[in-house]
Design a protein around this ligand. Structure first.
Ligand code: PGA
Length: 238
């Protein structure tokens, strides 16, 4: 069994005072937490968070990166910059970026490759929309996204997050059977060594059930990662 990874995605939430939540989380988790712990804050908080957590088991990551190393790309952040700021991971292909910023799986693959080249672990997000699920296409959509988003040649650890789009931030969670089905297919597709996270309205009340489904190696948590108490509760269920 792979050690579980509980990753928090703060999205566009968090000001300087939000770092208090990290201090509080550090106290709660101590030195030997039950799972690997990652927080992906807004980029502006990353360096300070990395400094704060340097001697704790909490890792920090980016929420996105550009596929190029450097250059004329106003407003963008490279994987190398994230690594340089103290990140260990970076989320790529989150459905909000696929939807809001027109990212497709090819872009996501380039970003994942850039992450690996910079020594980061990419967390590649995939997931179907409600319309796709209702049309019976969930499995094929997810399979195609993984196939097209996975780096082809570069080596290094990769994490995949299955996040049904309709379950993100909606309070709706996929059923245990649906999660088990997609994760089994993903396991078959990518093999035994890659951690498969579930994401989409994971919270204290459902974490225990979700984290014990076969082939679920952790969670990508949005809303419930913003407060130390809730996030710690989820970690305790790993
Ligand atoms: P949520 O977000 O937990 O708020 O649904 C999950 C995600 O988008 O990673």
């Amino acid at each position: 069994m792979l050690r579980k990874l509980i990753a928090g995605n703060w999205k566009m939430n968090g000001l300087r005072h939000s770092l208090d939540q990290v201090s509080s989380l550090m106290q709660k988790v101590g030195k030997a937490p039950k799972a690997d712990i990652l927080i992906c804050p807004p980029a502006l908080l990353l360096m300070e968070m990395a400094r704060m957590t340097k001697d704790s088991p909490i890792m920090v990551g980016g929420q996105d990166c550009h596929w190029k190393e450097s250059g004329a790309h106003t407003g963008e952040i490279s994987a190398q910059m994230l690594a340089n700021a103290g990140a260990s991971h970076v989320i790529v292909g989150h459905s909000e970026r696929r939807a809001d910023c027109g990212e497709n799986s090819k872009t996501v693959r380039h970003k994942a490759e850039a992450a690996l080249a910079a020594g980061l672990i990419p967390i590649i997000c995939v997931g179907e929309t409600l319309a796709q699920r209702e049309a019976g296409e969930a499995a094929s959509v997810v399979r195609d996204q993984v196939e097209q988003s996975m780096p082809t040649q570069s080596k290094g650890e990769i994490v995949i997050a299955y996040e049904p789009v309709w379950a993100i931030g909606t309070g709706k969670v996929a059923s245990a059977a649906d999660i088990a089905e997609i994760h089994a297919l993903l396991r078959e597709q990518v093999g035994p060594g890659i951690r498969l996270l579930y994401g989409g309205s994971v919270k204290l009340g459902n974490a225990a059930e979700i984290l014990h489904i076969e082939n679920v190696d952790g969670a990508l948590v949005g809303g419930a990662s913003l407060t130390a108490e809730d996030f710690f509760g989820i970690i305790e269920n790993a």
